[in-house]
Design a protein around this ligand. Structure first.
Ligand code: HEC
Ligand code: HEC
Length: 386
């Protein structure tokens, strides 16, 4: 597919994006045959009959583990780890920008429209492309004048659940963030009064704004609210990993299961990549070779924040190489090797990295696990066909 932005802006919205109903389907756990009335009776029987045995067996397993007779964690421990990755079932919207279908549809139009940029050639989707898991597949972004940006275009997946925006957290909300790139001379190179005049002159936008914001004008505030509402609907769908957490033992490979355990125990990845989005929404220095001080430039005077960047979500990670705020690591295997000891040891290095133990054998397993986080929902499957 082209990188021109124009092509992407003029089409694609329907194929690329999920509307409210599809989203509900994506967020909800997949219905299972077992959960029919007969199925639930069967489960009750199963639990009554087997649960006591299960408890005894896992207790024995735990005993074996603590006495050093067994290497891996018990089933109960794995179940406890899995429980930390239950997905959210609803998208949170702020009170001052509640969801409406009209607002989200307008935000979608704006997001894919190259007329938002000064040159008329670049849309948000040029750098946040749904076929590349909402990134751009480049080490760092390319602005509308062909200029190279300083940082990697991050995915915009699952930001409804996030806190601070940008790699360095300098924006407090999606509303605050969303009009930044339009006016940024290095990115979309437009001016707000000019954009407002452009949109006011387009009849279809007059209609969509009137529907989304009945008593308000086309303004920076309404553009921001619409874009933010659309962005909140961009949620990664059910991945093989979720099916495994939901009880399907065949959903992921044995290597991926070992990788999950390593991720949560010896490799300590889960201390930062925590919860179903695999992020603590915090900032850390993981020792990349780079002069960018990230969060350290936003909040000065705190040594730990030098070179600290936001922990990225790991959802759909296999689809959006290269990695890191500077796009300096090209494969997932290299990312895990980085954690296995390639990081720069400096005073700001996150303490967790000192405690992290990744062996050569662990690397493939952890990569296999990361690959199970790719969702197979219609958003990506359909976008890929284009
Ligand atoms: C020229 C490429 C480019 C374009 C066009 C672009 N972005 Fe971005 N976007 C980036 C880069 C690079 C960053 C990271 C910048 C940083 O963190 O300092 C970013 C960050 C973001 C973030 C923060 C993500 C996070 O995890 O914190 C959001 C949200 C976002 N962009 C939305 C948009 C929207 C909405 C538009 C259109 C109005 C847009 N972007 C247009 C390149 C682009
Ligand atoms: C101290 C917290 C911390 C720990 C521990 C940690 N990470 Fe990270 N991870 C981060 C941060 C912060 C970044 C972004 C760094 C940057 O770009 O400067 C990141 C980036 C990544 C990325 C690239 C994401 C992207 O979108 O570019 C992957 C993949 C990753 N980590 C996997 C792992 C794995 C696997 C482990 C365990 C071996 C691990 N992380 C341990 C905080 C952590």
């Amino acid at each position: 597919m082209t990188k021109s932005g124009k092509a992407q802006g003029n089409r694609g919205n329907d194929e690329y994006c999920i509307d409210g109903e599809q989203l509900a389907a994506v967020l909800a756990p997949r219905p299972r045959g077992l959960m029919t009335a007969a199925g639930s009776r069967m489960m009750l029987f199963f639990f009554r009959t087997y649960l006591p045995r299960f408890v005894i067996i896992t207790a024995l397993g735990f005993f074996a583990l603590v006495s050093g007779a067994s290497a891996g964690p018990s089933n109960a421990e794995i179940a406890a780890m899995k429980a930390r990755y239950q997905r959210s079932t609803a998208i949170p919207y702020p009170k001052d920008n509640a969801f409406s279908t009209a607002k989200s549809a307008l935000g979608r139009e704006l997001f894919f429209d190259p007329r938002l940029s000064g040159t008329g050639k670049m849309s948000c989707a040029t750098c946040h492309d749904p076929t590349l898991a909402w990134g751009d597949g480049r080490p760092t972004g390319i602005g509308s004048a062909g200029n190279r940006l300083d940082r990697h275009s991050p995915t915009i997946l699952n930001l409804a659940f996030g806190e601070l925006m940008f790699w360095d957290g300098r924006a407090d909300s999606l509303e605050e963030q969303s009009i930044g790139p339009i006016q940024n001379p290095a990115e979309m190179t437009n001016e707000m009064p000019r954009l407002i005049a452009t949109l006011r002159a387009i009849p279809s936008y007059q209609a969509s704004f009137a529907q989304a914001f009945p008593n308000e004008e086309i303004s920076a505030a309404t553009i921001a609210k619409a874009l933010a509402t659309f962005e909140r609907t961009i949620v990664s769908g059910q991945a093989p990993f979720d099916r495994w957490v939901g009880g399907d033992e065949n959903a992921i490979s044995e290597a991926a299961k070992r990788g999950f355990v390593t991720f949560n125990t010896t490799a300590n990845c889960a201390s930062c990549h925590s919860g179903w989005r695999f992020t603590d929404d915090s900032f850390h220095d993981i020792g990349l070779h780079d002069d960018d001080i990230g969060r350290g430039a936003v909040i000065e005077g705190i040594p730990e924040l030098q070179h600290a960047f936001k922990t990225p979500t790991l959802r759909n990670i296999a689809q959006r190489a290269p990695y890191m705020h500077n796009g300096s690591i090209t494969t997932l295997e290299e990312v895990v090797r980085h954690y296995a000891g390639r990081f720069v040891r400096r005073p700001s290095l996150a303490v967790e990295l000192h405690r992290l133990d990744v062996t050569a054998e662990d690397i493939q397993d952890v990569v296999a696990f990361l690959e199970t986080l790719t969702s197979v929902d219609p958003t990506f499957a359909e976008a890929k066909k284009q």
